[in-house]
Structure formats: C-alpha cells, structure tokens
Design a protein around this ligand. Sequence first.
Ligand code: C2O
Length: 551
Amino acid sequence: AITRHYKFDVMLQNVTRLCHTKSIVTVNGKFPGPRIVAREGDRLVIKVVNHVQNNISIHWHGIRQLRSGWADGPAYITQCPIQTGQSYVYNYTIVGQRGTLWWHAHISWLRSTLYGPIILLPKRGTPYPFAKPYKQVPIIFGEWFNADPEAIVNQAMQTGGGPNVSDAYTINGLPGPLYNCSANDTFKLKVKPGKTYLLRMINAALNDELFFSIANHTVTVVDVDAVYVKPFDTETLLIAPGQTTNVLLKTKPEYPNARFFMSARPYETGQGTFDNSTVAGILEYEAPHKTIQSNHSAENLPLYKPNLPPLNDTSYATNFSTKLRSLASADFPANVPLKVDRQFFFTVSLGTNPCSKNQTCQGPNGTRFAASVNNVSFIMPTTALLQAHHFGQSKGVYSPYFPITPLIPFNYTGTPPNNTMVGNGTKLVVLPFNTSVELIMQDTSILGAESHPLHLHGFNFFVVGQGFGNFDPNKDPAKFNLVDPVERNTVGVPSGGWVAIRFLADNPGVWFMHCHLEVHTTWGLKMAWVVLDGELPNQKLLPPPADLPQC
Ligand code: C2O
C-alpha cells in the first residue's frame, strides 16, 4: 500500500454545451473533474484549494472513512466549508473496498459541475473475481443546466415544481447528438472486437434515476457501490443518483457493420415535471486491421438505437434491483448482522410547510414544499455537527432526540392525511459503538410519487428486504434475506413501498443520511447519526486535522 497525493484547484472555467457558454466551478479546469485512482489499502491525500467565490466542500461518496470522519466532506455535517482562498487536506485510507465510487461537491447544488470518478483497484496481485478486463472506462451520467446552480436552488426552495428540470443529461459531460447543437459533444467509446471492457458507471445526475442500455449488446453486472455482486446479464441497467455499477461489456467477435447508441433516460414513477430527454453516446468498433478500416468509414455505418423501458416501468426496476446479490463467497463474505440491537422505522416523504412572506410558493394551498424523515424536515446547522459533537458543544447546535417512529402514523399507501405539514429541526440519532441497526424506510407518497435513493455516509449496509405497500412488522421480516443481500451505500426506497437495511455502527463520528435527489435533500429529506467512540483506542474517531476549516 502506498500514499497517493492529489491536488484539487477549485476554479472557474468557461464551458459550452447546447450552444450555451457559461462559467462553471470545476476542479483543475476540468469538466467532469479529474479521476482518482487508488488500490485497496492505499492512503489518499488530496489537497483542495478554493480559488472561487463560493464556499466549497468535497465528499468522497461511498468511501467508508473508518475513524476518519473529518475527511468525509458534507458541509456543516463533518466540516465547515472551505472558504475562498483557503485549503483543506482530505486524508483517508481505502479499507476493504474495490470497485467504483465517486467524488462530488457537498454544498448547495455545486455538485452539478463538481464531480469525478474514484477508481479503486484490488490490492496488487489480487485478481478480480471475474475475467480480467482488456480496458476500463468510466461512464458518468450528469445533468447540464443552462442556468446557474444558485438560481436553480433558490427556485427549488421557493416553488418545487419545474426548477429541477435540467437542459440535458450528459455522459462524461457530453449531451450527445439527440440534443440541439450537440453532435460534436458526443461521448464515443471506441472498442475492438472480441474483448471485454469494464464500464465503471456512475450516476452523478442531480434528480433522476436512469435506465441505461447499449443497442444490440448485453452487459454483465459485477459490482455495485464498490462491492462485488453475483454476476448477471442484462440489457438494461437501472442506476439511481449516488449509485455506481460496474459492468463487463463483451464486444462482438467480428467488426460489425454498424455503430451502436448507448443511451440513458429517466425512470420516473411520479407525474412531476422533469426532463424526459435522452442522452446518447456511441459505441464504435475500431477496425482490427488497417486494410479493413479503409473499407469501413465508421461515420457512414448505420447507427442502432437501444430499446429503453418505458419511463414508469416499475416492474422492470423492481426486477432489476432484486437480482442484485452479494457474492457471499469465502473470499468475499456477506457479513450481514444477524442480531439486531436497535430497530428504527423511518417514513420518508414529501410534504409542505408554511410559505414565508418574501417567497412565491407553489405547493398545495400556497404552501412551500418540504421533505422529511419521520415528519422532521432537517434544518442545516451553521456550524459542523462533527466538531460540535467531538468538542462536547452540541447544545444549541443539534438535538440528540430524533423521533424513532413517525410523528403522524397513518396508512402510508392509502388516502393521504389532510395535514401534510411537517416539523423542522436538527435532530440526530445517537448510537453506542458497534450497535447493530435495522432500519425500515417507508415511502409515504403523500405528495407525488417518486422513489427516493437514500444514501448513508460512513457505512455500507445490507438491503435485507423490500416491498410495495405498507411494511408489515408481523409478516415481512420472515422473508428477509440474511444470506446474500446486496451491500451498498445508496438504495432506492420504492415509491409506495419500503426497504429494510441492516448495518453495524462500527465507525465513530457523525454520518449524514439523505435522499440523493438534490431537490429532495434541499427540501429537508435528510438526517444524521452520531456513532459514539468505543472503549479501545482503535475504536475512536481520530483527532481533527490542524487545517480543519472553521465556520
Ligand atoms: Cu453523494 Cu451526501 O452524498
């Protein structure tokens, strides 16, 4: 294992997409940002220098950050933001993870332009549990907004219908030929026949789950959220914001007389306003020999399009997620907690709050949209929760009494209650070290219907059960999969349904949990867990770094 150093200069850069030029916040002038490569066991030391007017913080999405919570990155949760002209060094070790993760800004909606891949290779000499790929290619989905992120976020706070609609989806920052003015901004994957490519897919889009497919090709899913899974073949993938999926693409044995679109567009159960356009890249076979190349000018070949499932194809989506299983092998065991110390039932829902005077609010009866967990819409503190916790200064910053059951229980999939108003607060759940947690998350579908990709920082969890309708505590637990459930850091709570997860609270610190649909996070669908230090020296949060930003 080695230490790898990176420098992230956060700076403005002019970028043109859809014939629209704007100055965006980037890392090192790149969009999408630079890739980070490390092996399991390596230490990463990443110096982030803020050269822009915005406050900045960077999150290393899915990295476990064992005892190194100071390097996790969500602004006002584990650190104060890095202010203009300041810098902060994120320093952490990769423990027991290999696959694909990603980094993104974790403040306001700056992640719309500040994101990039994290590639975690196995330890030197340790093979993949699948055939060694010929090449590896990151495929990052994103969204392009012609407007400024600040304008979008302000609009989202006030209204909540359309402002989350982006102008295009992108693959590796490029919208592709199905959008106006974008034929030259098309991601092209050039491949050779008869080879295996590892595609490292990341959904960095702000507000949409996506279906993805490559025309006339199937892929084999081998890894999600940097955990190997039992391989399975599929024509279409479903990937929620925050999630990563590694797939093997076996190219055709011969040079084909065609090119192939690889496209993505949203999976969306609700009737909300959203972008239902399609991003396309092109899979193009390089000629194996120069002589053949002269006969085949790729540009003139026909271009095949994949069949993506209909927008609201819930059964396809459910079927896909139930295929995901841990390897659960001798080398890669699934350490599912079998006993449960604490059980929690959280509702995740969209509701409303009163509209304040200077706002225009488009919620029902002139209210403002709000989103909540157990009817608490999370209020961001003005200082970092981890600092407040670590230095014993939590008073006035957060309450350790998060409601462990919903404040307004009702039949979540029946008629919504008249009163959809939610409460506010900065409330946290406090867990002793090594508590084994079972958490049921129930979507309430009070307003709209959309599945919520819930992301937990600092942990992987096992998805032991999921279903539609109301969770039934008498019947459903008997069906839990405790043998080979998928292990991940972001899971979709199905619209009108529930999901059950288990994790061991073996990582001391303050850990954010939120919907990875940016608009829902903004409305308050977020909370945090405090995991206390254990008794032994190696069970305690490391001391804060000297350059930790101050608020
Ligand atoms: Cu990828 Cu808290 O986020």
